[in-house]
Design a protein around this ligand. Structure first.
Ligand code: NAD
Length: 256
C-alpha cells in the first residue's frame, strides 16, 4: 500500500517509533530512522521488511540538526511523504521543583521539533498533493497528571499544532492527525515503573499493576505494534478525510 512512499519517523530507534517504522515498512514504505541508542539493531529490524532504510542522528532539540535531517531525507529519497513526529522524553517533578533545563528540553524535543519537521516537510507534500503527518501526542495531550507539567504542556501543544496543520491542509491531499496512547511499556515508561518500585520498596510486578491501576481501566499496556497499525490506517486511502483528530488508544484512560 505504501510502496514508493518515504516515511521519516523521529525517535525510531526504540519503543513506539520503532513499532511504527516497522508497520510502515511492512506496507512497503522506505524509512528514514532517527534517534539515539541501538541504531544498528533498529536498522536491521526495519530492513527485514525489504524496503530501503536510512538513518539520521539529528538531535530533535536542535533546529539546525533537524534542517540537516530533512535535507538529507529529501536528497536521499526525493521527498518525505509520511512524517511521524514521535521523539519524546519525560521528566517527573512538581512545578516548583522542575529543573529549568528539563523544561526546555521537553518543550524542544516533544513540541518544537514537530513544528520544525512539519514546516520543512509541508512544501513538498503540498506540491505532491499527498502527505501524512502523524504526531505522537499522548493522553497527556488531553488530560493532566501531577508531576508532568512540561510533558503535559508539550503534548497539549502538539494537539494544537495538529489541529492548525490539519486546517491549513484541509483542501489538499495532505492530512495531519495526532495519536494519543495511554501506557505503552517502552523504556520511557519502564523508568517510571522502576522509580515507583524503588520509592515504595515494591516489586516490578506490583509497581506495574499500580501504574496501570491508577489510570488505565483495561489494566493492559497498548503495544507499539497496535500503534503501528493505527498509523497505517491513517496513511491508507480510508484515512483521506481524517483531519485534525487526537485519536486515543488508551485502554479507557480518557473515558473516565
Ligand atoms: P522511548 O524512550 O522508547 O523512545 C524515544 C525515542 O526518542 C528513542 O528512539 C530516542 O532515542 C529518541 N529520542 C530521545 N531524545 C531524542 C532527541 N533529542 N533527538 C532525537 N531522538 C530522541 O519512548 P516511547 O515510549 O516509545 O515514546 C515515543 C513517543 O510516544 C514520545 O513522544 C512519547 O511521549 C509518546 N508516548 C509514549 C507513551 C508511553 O506510554 N510509552 C504514552 C504516550 C505517548
Amino acid at each position: 500500500m505504501l510502496k514508493n512512499k518515504t516515511a521519516l519517523v523521529t525517535g525510531s530507534t526504540s519503543g513506539i517509533g520503532l513499532g511504527i517504522a516497522k508497520a510502515l515498512a511492512r506496507q512497503g514504505a522506505n524509512i528514514m530512522l532517527n534517534g539515539f541508542g541501538n541504531v544498528e539493531s533498529a536498522q536491521a529490524e526495519v530492513a527485514a521488511f525489504g524496503t530501503r532504510v536510512s538513518y539520521h542522528g539529528a538531535d530533535m532539540s536542535q533546529p539546525a540538526q533537524i534542517e540537516a535531517m530533512m535535507a538529507a531525507a529529501a536528497s536521499e529519497f526525493g521527498q518525505v511523504d509520511i512524517l511521524v513526529n514521535n521523539a519524546g522524553i519525560q521528566h517527573v517533578a512538581n512545578v516548583e521543583e522542575f529543573p529549568l533545563e528539563r523544561w526546555d528540553a521537553i518543550i524542544a524535543i516533544n513540541l518544537s521539533s514537530s513544528f520544525h519537521t512539519s514546516r520543512l516537510a509541508l512544501p513538498a507534500m503540498k506540491a505532491a498533493n499527498w502527505g501524512r503527518i502523524i504526531n505522537l501526542a499522548s493522553v497527556h495531550g488531553l488530560v493532566g497528571s501531577a508531576g508532568k507539567s512540561a510533558y503535559v504542556a508539550a503534548k497539549h501543544g502538539v494537539i494544537g499544532l495538529t489541529k492548525v496543520t490539519a486546517l491549513e491542509t484541509a483542501t489538499s491531499g495532505v492530512t495531519c492527525n495526532a495519536i494519543c496512547p495511554g501506557w505503552v511499556l517502552t523504556p520511557l515508561v519502564q523508568q517510571q515503573v522502576d522509580a515507583k518500585a524503588t520509592a515504595q520498596g515494591i516489586s516490578n510486578e506490583q509497581a506495574t499493576r499500580q501504574l496501570l491501576g491508577e489510570k488505565e481501566p483495561s489494566m493492559q499496556f497498548t503495544t507499539p505494534e497496535e500503534l503501528g497499525e493505527l498509523a497505517v490506517f491513517l496513511c491508507s486511502p480510508a484515512g483521506n478525510n481524517v483531519r485534525g483528530v487526537a485519536w486515543n488508544m488508551d485502554g479507557g484512560w480518557t473515558a473516565q
